[in-house]
Design a protein around this ligand. Sequence first.
Ligand code: ACM
Length: 708
Amino acid sequence: MARILFYVIVCVSFIGCTSGKKTNVNIIPRPLECFVDGHKTMKVAFDVFEGNEINDILKVTLDTVADDLGLEGYELVVDGNGISVSAKTEIGVYYAKQTLKQLYNDGEIPHVRIKDKPRFAHRGLMLDVSRHFFTKDEIKNILDVMSDYKLNVFHWHLTDDGGWRIEIESYPKLTQLTSYRTAWEWKEWWKEGGEFVSEHSEKKHGGYYTKDDIREIVKYASERNITIIPEIEFPGHSREVFAAYPELCCSKEPYRQNTFCVGNEETYVFMEKVLNEVMDLFPSEFVHIGGDETSTKYWKTCSSCKKLMKKEGFDDVHSLHKYIISKAEDIIMKRGKRMIGWDEIANDDLGKSSVIMSWRGEKAGLRAAKKGYDVVLSPLHYLYLDYFQASPTKEPLAHDGHTPLKKVFTYNPLPDSLASVVNAHVLGVQGNLWTEWIASNEHLEYMAYPRALAVAELGWSYGNMRSWADFRDCVDKHISKLRKKGINSYTLSGDINASVNYEDGNMLLELEAERGDVEIRYSLNNDTLFDNMTEYVRPIEIKNSLNVCAAAFCNGKRVGDIYSNVFYRNKAQSKKISSTLGWSNEKTLIDGYIGSETYLDGTWFNFSGNQEFVVDLGESLSVNKISTRWMQLRAGARRYLPEHVEFYISEDGENYKLVKVVDKEKLNDVPALQYQKFEVDGNLKCRFIKLSVKSDRGGMSVDEIIVV
Ligand code: ACM
């Protein structure tokens, strides 16, 4: 390798350092303190960051920094004297080098003075390699990016219904019989019946990691200060186990169920042997045992499970879940390690060393933290990176909701309202990459980046230091760097996002784009020519109705889709609504907020079955339009359109007149997300409006009943 070409070009002292500009100089995650002398730089050869050459030019002092920088913190000074790093440990030095790598630009590093430490100990990324298998090299590529951004926990979801991925000597059939499938793609495979094939089969798709592979990856991760937490699923999500060892499930038949038999002693022999082999391979303090989404269906009728319930005095089948989790906890604790599991494992009998990974929102995690358990926050609406990150109308198939970069970045893991006792138990945050819909490394990179960089920000930097505007400019540069390295990162979108807000009784339309380098322009007359549109500088008031076209432009050229929509000041807003469901959140249907591109955003009303909704306008009013918008989503949990909606009006709330029946249109199978408006136009007069919704399948979502 070429010898370092390294020299200091400026020998004057760090003039202006203390008065230097406080900035993040495009470092992700943002350091605790960073002063840059904008005028001075040090020249460095470009290959200094390859191999260990960087070590030759660093002046490292260990065990010197103040205690409050912790074991991972560091101080970094680049000035006329060269580069000095002080840290308590080698981990701090490693992170200082990662920061230097980001500071390096075209042969130069700016003069800086940085003091840095992470906010959380657990800064994680989870990858599901069961639904689709990812090779050793693909895993290493992820570890490389993680270490660049100071993420330090790789949670490896190694087993699930889609295939067992880790060699286990005591149960060799796990990988021999269930790590390969009849089809590579998850959805194709299920269509074909979801069966596994032997590893010796000619037509096979999938793979597994040998013990040597695992050792190699654990070492690779450890060299990058990344701990790997292995996850072995119990007692649910284990359909693949029973394809190889059907005797371990209640039905004793392959492909019947995905839950271990809790009453069978052989289950615990399996658990002990497998977990011990896994613990032999992974030095991690934590072992993840899953514990999520467990069906109790077969336990209810299984004679062994019923016998166990009787013996233990359980009167509730859910106690069996607690029982098997406590067995896993014993096995793990015997090895001096700590069990971690999805939030379904939370119960008051759990040992205090066990950790809850909160995924169904944060409530379970924070409840456990209050009781003194350590928790990792990974709430699905913010940190599931397999969700759509841009409009599902254009994106590759993804799971359920819409979690754009901004949503990840603006997640607040520790709001001020939390007591410090709770804060102390939050070990950190984690982004999760489930892979039902992610069948290739290219797609995986697209979903992971740049959102994993936002997770790194949440995990490392302190909340009060974060600004979305700064981050999106900074992340844009990192996206370019990632793409230059051949990583298929998503790039920020120039499409318009519109939202309606209320201020002092005024209804305001806000427009924004994900890209920060754009000018948003709009028109109220369908004109979409740059010169004929108005620059958007502040929210636009909606007085009666507003027909808006908007687009983002960069240097006068449009960079995203043209957005167009009509917004109404709504006669139903803040009036009364009731329904046959009798829930309390029907008022979201008349709150004037339009839904975003996920039905999980709190502004969509989600329900199923034949239902009626009645809006009471409070007085008899003239009505020209009654409009409702419904979502059809062909991914994840799916949303279905009603078969039809009947619109009725009434003056007294008792005698209704049918105005119109609107049928479902046949919307195409692609793209994943589409909408249909079910609406009535006319010259109507009424106090009450009734919608009778008929549906014969699945969940439906409607965002608003608009009356104008
Ligand atoms: C999970 O997403 N089932 C943990």
